[in-house]
Design a protein around this ligand. Structure first.
Ligand code: NAI
Ligand code: COI
Ligand code: MG
Length: 368
């Protein structure tokens, strides 16, 4: 019997609401496979700060490092906005990404046939959109030092620092992902202004001959933001630095109908992967029982595929989400005016019951 160890970091706001449902999903999958998985929980973000004075306690890091995979909800909220940068909840999230060395953040963006009308964009622009944003996750502007107020608080500095090696490893990852897809790589930068982007572009061009089957294009980030909305179908794999990827992926969420549908997987060279919905802690809907848990379910699917190598089970989870959406179920963020919608627990229960049915009919031996 396989012993799998997954650490869940619920975090703040809707984080605990969606990871609770994801935990139920993981428990049901383990049971269907006849396996006993260890599902530990640990503190991160504002919840960790309140309990320990640190947004990322050492015990959390140790538990995560000893796991096969980590599933995180979200961190942050107005309660902690007054804290200095080093103890803000977001520092806990950046810290665990750095500690796990998960430099490549994969954010798949695929439109759902049943949700084309949930997006404010024209349906004819959206059908068939299928791309992956590969965002550099442990370097760049979010990590560079110094990062501080200077001149007695009258000025400020943030540092955008990248080594060639940091760029190379994430770009290689993106090339390899493109080789397994439609073989097109779009590198997004601001090479007309930023020196870091000029090095980024140079690295992409230097590596391109090693992946001759992949077509490479470079787009400036401002134009990329426009083209994502204007012609989203043209993109296959998009690779970009940390902050550009953060911003462009929230923008791309609009294509899918809601940021509540966007999962992510963050991977390094070895060690556990980190899986999290792209959305934040959504303070505006916290505690109302209306958060969409499907980004977390789809993150579980990515965890099953990338860290547990349960590809078939991952596909069953994705198919279950698709089938529940196709059957007309909506959460509030996806529902149109006057359309009925389900709460967090109700839609979670529908999807989990669909997954259960699939795993039962699939047969316990076939899914390994
Ligand atoms: N990975 C993480 O932990 C992230 C944390 N944050 C933090 O979250 C807090 C709120 O940030 P915002 O800019 O408001 O971004 P957000 O992603 O939390 O919310 C943006 C909008 O999307 C909605 N939304 C987000 N997730 C949803 C879901 N699952 N179901 C239904 N609606 C959903 C929210 O209600 C809100 O209207 C901040 O403290 C920020 O620092 C923000 C982004 C990522
Ligand atoms: C703390 C932020 C960097 C989180 C965020 O917005 C993200 O990773 O998408
Ligand atoms: Mg973000």
């Amino acid at each position: 019997m396989s012993k799998r160890r997954i650490t869940i970091l619920p975090g703040d706001g809707i984080g605990p609401e969606v990871t609770h449902e994801a935990r139920l999903l993981l428990e049901e999958i383990a049971e269907a496979l006849g396996e006993q998985w260890t599902l530990d929980e640990a503190l991160v973000g504002g919840a960790a700060y309140d309990a320990t004075g640190s947004p990322l306690p050492d015990e959390t890091v140790a538990l995560c490092k000893a796991s096969d995979a980590v599933l995180l909800g979200a961190v942050g909220g107005p309660k902690w906005d007054h804290l200095p940068g080093s103890t803000r909840p977001e520092a806990g999230l950046l810290g665990i990404r750095k500690q796990l060395g998960v430099f490549a953040n994969l954010r798949p963006i695929k439109t759902w046939p049943g949700l084309l009308l949930a997006s404010p964009l024209k349906p004819e622009l959206l059908s068939g959109v299928d791309m992956v944003i590969v965002r550099e996750l442990t370097g760049g502007l979010y990590f560079g030092q110094p990062k501080k107020r200077v001149e007695d608080g009258a000025a400020v500095v943030d540092t955008l620092y990248y080594t060639r090696g940091e760029i190379e490893r994430v770009v290689r990852q993106a090339f390899m992902i493109a080789q397994g897809r439609r073989k097109k790589l779009t590198s997004v930068d601001k090479a007309n202004v930023l020196e870091s982007s000029r090095l980024w572009r140079e690295v992409v061009n230097d590596l391109a001959p090693e992946y001759p089957d992949v077509e490479v294009e470079h787009i400036l980030v401002d134009s990329a933001a426009m083209q994502l909305i204007q012609r989203p179908n043209q993109f296959d794999v998009v690779v970009t630095e940390n902050m550009f990827g953060d911003i462009l992926s929230d923008e791309a969420a609009v294509l899918t109908g809601s940021i509540g549908m966007l999962p992510s997987a963050s991977i390094g060279l070895d060690g556990p992967g980190l899986y999290e919905p792209v959305h934040g802690s959504a303070p505006d809907i916290t505690g109302k029982g209306i958060a969409n848990p499907l980004a977390s379910f789809l993150s579980v699917a990515m965890l099953l595929r990338h860290s547990l190598h349960l590809d078939e089970v991952a596909t069953q989870v994705e198919d279950a989400v698709l089938s529940v959406i196709e059957s007309g179920c909506r959460t509030r963020d996806l529902a149109g005016p006057g359309e009925e919608w389900l709460g967090t627990k109700e839609i979670s229960s529908r999807v989990r019951s669909d997954v259960r049915g699939r795993l039962e009919s699939y047969g316990k031996n076939a899914v390994r």
